[in-house]
Design a protein around this ligand. Sequence first.
Ligand code: ADP
Length: 417
Amino acid sequence: MKLAVLTSGGDSAGMNAVVRAVVKAGILKGCETWIVREGYEGLVRGNTDAETPSSPLLSTTLDVKINDPTFIQNLRFGDGALLRDGTGDHPSGRTLKGRYIVRVGWDDVRGWFAEGGTLIGTARSQAFRTPEGRLNAAYNLIKEGIDALVVCGGDGSLTGADIFRAEWPSLVQTLRSQDRITDEQVSRHGHLRIVGLVGSIDNDMSMTDLTIGAPTALHRICEAIDNIHSTATSHSRAFVLEVMGRHCGWLSLMGGISSGADFIFIPESPPKADPWEDAMCEIISKHREIGKRKTIVIVAEGAHDVNLKPIRAEYVKDVLTDRLGLDTRVTTLGHIQRGGRPCAWDRILPTLQGVNAVDALLEATPDSPSYMIGIQENRVRRVPLVEAVKMTKAVAEAIKVQDFEKAMSLRDPEFRE
Ligand code: ADP
């Protein structure tokens, strides 16, 4: 099997650990391993040179014997060593210019555990949203002989993966009718093996308890609130923190619990009291009366009131200032929530799921569904990608129309092996 891995959409900690796990597990199981730079955009652009050069050290058929010293020697270097240099030149004369689909070996991903973000790049690709873009993406994969793909990204990326998988047979037929691929390629690539891993700081995907990158983002939020804590206490100030998460309140809720926040606004559960300003001020006044010197209010970026009017940090600040006379500041945590070293769990989860993803691809048949690898109750599980995507959209829809009970029940469906 020729296996490629890409990272797509918003970056998250742990994506490098995904690439590392997929590449290493792939090699150990006898696959040829590739990475796609810049997410789906790299897939659409492909390699502009006629033939992809790859390291002479890599043999096409991998005889996998981990204890054989020549095994490791043979697998050490693909062209991924260039990844850190971006598109720049390399002393070996090799370059990544015009090459988005790159063969990689064991050493290319060595030490990738501790790196934040994604070293193979990510992008938001308009081209992949179009049928022509996906046709080119299919062509570029087939051209390199790649027949299995791991996509690590958020719900958007996995929606794209699902569409690509469903369209694959017709894309192959179109490419054949355009004479871009041969009959032999049609028979070899009649079926695309594809697996999704959820890389997202938001923890907003249904059918998995945790997404890759969410635990690290939560750590960053905790650290930030700890830092604010000391200055808030010193000056007896109030701080309103805007936290990421799009339509999902997980980061805000967990961040609030882990830092003892006074009030938390999340999209899934808008304040029931109307007007909520009175309820919030009452609670915060009580906290002050019993001796609390600082106030922390967390506002999820997607928070709104029961009438679906967005709740903004600046407005909450004005309420606290005007009604309670508190010296109030707003801190928007912004992109520091995304960055930095992955915490331990964002190394373990991608590793377990990356290995499982390779197994799922090896076991895939034309009749089996494409899977998303999730985790539920501390066990790594496979769920049909199409269902996970459908369920995630249904949750978003339910939140939009304020059917929170439905949203919560959809977020906790039964897993399938
Ligand atoms: P995330 O994966 O973090 O949710 P996006 O929603 O931006 O981020 O999706 C990442 C990429 O996935 C998009 O730039 C696009 O290339 C692809 N994608 C998303 N939705 C679709 C779709 N409906 N059809 C095809 N591709 C899609």
